[in-house]
Design a protein around this ligand. Structure first.
Ligand code: FES
Length: 175
């Protein structure tokens, strides 16, 4: 699967993700988040994150429900998802690995790290391993520039001062 080649999911995959948590079940937690902001739309990022965490990725139904919930056009929600690399509108692996490609990391070998991960797992950036364990993607600055090049396993560990070898080892150690 490649994120860059258009939607690559089935209705069954979307339905399975939606079935992990109904929007009604999520609503109490979302209400807590929205209450922290002066207007509903301002809670877009935490609401997206909450729904993505519950369902694994942001399905078409999720996007529609979030737009309705926040009282904002669906196109606006889609634009935010597209802008922020941590939001996924296609199925992802159990762990999402974000490799920083911003300047400090790029100058210190981020591309070599990405090449090594692509070679090891036989996927392109944005792809998911055949066992569904990892999605490997790029990210803008992760705020770990003093550890460049670095990567973040979403909801997991931060890895810095990477070499191509240590990046592969870091993921193999987590298997
Ligand atoms: S440039 Fe990579 S973490 Fe900041």
């Amino acid at each position: 699967m490649s994120v860059g080649t258009g939607p690559t999911f089935t209705d069954e995959q979307a339905a399975a993700a939606d079935a992990k948590a109904s929007f009604g079940d999520l609503r109490p937690r979302l209400e807590t988040l929205v209450a922290r902001y002066p207007e509903r739309r301002a809670a877009m990022l935490p609401v997206l994150w909450e729904v993505q965490t519950a369902r694994g990725w942001l399905t078409p139904t999720s996007i529609r429900e979030i737009a309705d919930y926040l009282g904002t056009p669906q196109a606006h929600v889609e634009g935010v998802i597209t802008f922020y690399t941590m939001f996924k509108d296609v199925p992802v692996g159990q762990d999402v690995v974000m490799v920083c490609k911003t300047l400090s990391c790029r100058l210190r070998g981020a591309q070599e790290v990405i090449d090594a991960l692509e070679d090891r797992y036989g996927i392109e950036l944005g792809g998911t391993t055949s066992d569904g364990r990892y999605t490997i993607d790029e990210a803008e600055c992760l705020g770990l520039c003093d550890m460049a090049p670095c990567m973040l396993v979403v909801d997991g560990a931060r890895h810095g001062n990477l070499t191509p070898e240590s990046a592969v080892q870091a993921l193999e150690g987590g298997r």
